[in-house]
Design a protein around this ligand. Structure first.
Ligand code: ADP
Ligand code: MG
Length: 573
């Protein structure tokens, strides 16, 4: 819980402002997060970490020389937006590319991937390594499904040290992947946590019990058990962690960096008691402790809990782990060369873009048609916003109508500006997509952004698009949504409207229909399909956990997409 009277809406932003003010030697506040204060030399790979707030010292506390170059900071427990990733990434790009590394959570993966795509469009080489250390979240043969928790420190440390050593992006990426593949964590929680300003906990652990493997946000773990003493808890954690020794670490040379992490309100003294048991048992198991950290590394607001990480090191990884680092929350060694401190650079020239005024008279006839179609979509979304919000409230969080209205408004404004600059349809759609994901927010905002970006990319290669190019652009949009969100038809998402649209459009064109007619028939197929999602159970997204409630009601994202398609494909007047 929090003790100050505060506005939950701006709490995370104010906390980052204050963090930057408290650590002027280490970080500068930039739009979307913080960047390191020590100048990043030209030719050095930028290492960008990030995720939701509420996990300090992750992520802002890990920014500094020899550590992360910058952190993208989302709201409490919420992924930052793709726009934030772009702004923060641009601020630390020095011609050698960027490595984005963060915990493996659906929202973070979505927004960081989309941000990476946009940075690549600017000619920047961008790689992504997701942290997957939590062994409770998926079996060992599916590491890609595991989420990231306290072991992130080892991964970010190695990435930062590799970049600081001047290694090329390929090498930084390889070492970061290797660090992640050598890191395993298991945690237990004794209490839930309460969002700032809220009066009830977000989730709870029954009194006198502990939740084994519970995630940072209350995600269910492996099991629940009674409280135990330090020796028993250490045994329980190590019994599960030690068998997961990476294949390339030989039994006779087991060296680990041990990270014992408090999750927010687990006292340091209690951590030390547990640490003593852990280190003794490791020794008995023949495992050498190469180094250790015992304290708060990744927290979960005021959750009482603890996690144990084993970072299995070989000579190469140990070297990067031991390299000098200087961030607000993690320091070791010292640097031999000193760098001048610099003030933060403001990321990009977007403000200049925003300041230009729009003159409709400059539009060509085809631009006018496109703008009219976009305006028709905006009108449809305004009309249906309330109904979409009600649908989303049944099994989701009720924000879908508002998110769509914000998204289309941003997209329309950005498309207008792009047209005024003389951009072709491909670029217009790409800019509209960027704006949609910045303004729309939520899962749907990111997916709409990705869809428009992909459609725009497809059309950028066809300056005078014909019917088949338009069909290909819709297919590219569908592929982008499925790739970003991992949904397949039948999962009760927007895919269930977009896929029938794309299939029907191609079928009608093949049958010889003209483009306008084919578009309208495909849109009406999409509307029917969206309405039929009422019979489906959601398998993805927020609605998944309360899926049964949504039976009998169509999916809000599928309905909004169908309304958009119907409006966009109406005969332009
Ligand atoms: P949030 O769920 O983040 O609040 P919205 O409420 O704006 O986002 O959008 C919810 C809609 O997003 C859902 O109805 C569904 O159509 C769509 N959606 C959610 N997750 C996915 C996914 N993984 N793939 C495709 N569509 C998704
Ligand atoms: Mg929602």
């Amino acid at each position: 819980m929090s003790y100050l009277l505060l506005d939950p809406a701006d709490f995370a932003g104010k906390a980052i402002d204050g963090f930057a003010a408290a650590h002027p030697r280490h970080v500068s506040r930039i739009e979307g997060g913080v960047m390191r204060r020590a100048a990043l030399p030209p030719g050095q790979v930028g290492v960008v970490v990030g995720g939701g707030s509420g996990h300090y010292p992750a992520f802002a506390g890990l920014v500094g020389r020899g550590m992360a170059s910058a952190a993208v900071c989302g709201n409490i427990f919420a992924s930052p937006s793709a726009g934030q990733v772009v702004r923060v990434g641009s601020a630390v790009e020095r011609g050698a590319g960027l490595l984005l590394t963060f915990g493996n959570y659906a929202g973070d993966v979505l927004h960081f991937s989309l941000g990476a795509e946009r940075l690549r469009r600017r000619g920047i080489d961008v790689r992504i390594v997701t942290v997957t250390d939590d062994i409770a979240s998926a079996p060992a043969d599916h590491p890609e499904l595991r989420r990231g928790i306290a072991g992130g420190l080892a991964v970010y440390k190695v990435a930062g040290a590799a970049a600081e050593a001047g290694l090329a992006l390929d090498e930084v990426e390889r070492l970061t992947q290797k660090a992640n593949a050598h890191t395993r964590t298991l945690g237990v929680a004794f209490s839930g946590c309460t969002l700032p300003g809220a009066s009830n906990p977000l989730f709870e652990v029954p009194d006198g019990r502990m939740a084994i493997g519970m995630g940072l946000h209350g995600e269910p773990g492996l099991s629940e058990g009674p409280l135990t003493d330090a020796d028993t808890l250490a045994t329980m954690l190590l019994d599960r962690l030690l068998p997961e020794r990476p294949a390339d670490i030989p039994a006779d040379r087991q060296r680990v960096v041990v990270l014992l992490n408090g999750l927010g309100t687990f006292k340091y003294e209690e951590l030390f008691v547990l640490f003593a048991a852990v280190s003794q048992q490791l020794q008995q198991a023949g495992v050498v402790m190469a180094d250790c950290e015992c304290g708060e590394l990744v927290t979960s607001l005021d959750m009482a809990g603890v996690s144990l990480t084993l970072f299995w090191v070989d000579e190469e990884l140990e070297g990067f782990w031991n390299a000098a680092a200087d961030s607000a929350a993690y320091r070791r060694g010292s640097f031999t060369s000193s760098l001048p401190a610099t003030s933060a650079e403001q990321p990009d020239g977007r403000q200049a873009e925003l300041d230009t005024t729009f003159e409709p008279s400059a539009l060509t006839p085809s631009q006018r048609t496109l703008l009219a179609r976009i305006e028709a979509v905006e009108e449809a979304l305004n009309t249906h916003a309330e109904e979409l919000g009600r649908l989303d409230a049944i099994a989701g969080d009720g924000d879908h109508g508002l998110g769509m209205v914000r998204g289309i408004r941003g997209a329309r404004e950005s498309a207008s500006r792009a047209m005024e600059r003389g951009c072709g349809i491909g670029d217009v759609l790409m800019e509209a997509g960027e704006a949609w994901s910045d303004h729309g927010g939520g899962t749907s905002g990111a997916l709409w952004g990705g869809a428009l970006l992909a459609a725009g990319q497809a059309l950028a290669e066809a300056p005078a698009p014909e019917a088949t190019d338009i069909a290909a652009a819709f297919e590219a949009a569908l592929e982008a949504v499925m790739q970003l969100g991992h949904a397949v038809p039948g999962d009760k998402t927007m895919v269930d409207a977009l896929q029938p649209f794309s299939v029907q459009l191609q079928a009608r064109l093949r049958a010889g229909a003209d483009l306008q007619q084919a578009l309208q028939e495909a849109a009406s197929a999409a509307l029917t399909a969206a309405q039929s999602t009422a019979d489906l159970l959601p398998k993805l997204g927020r609605a998944r956990t309360h899926g049964h409630r949504s039976l009998g009601h169509p999916d809000p994202g599928a309905m909004s997409l169908a309304h958009c398609l119907v409006a966009a494909t109406r005969e332009p007047t």
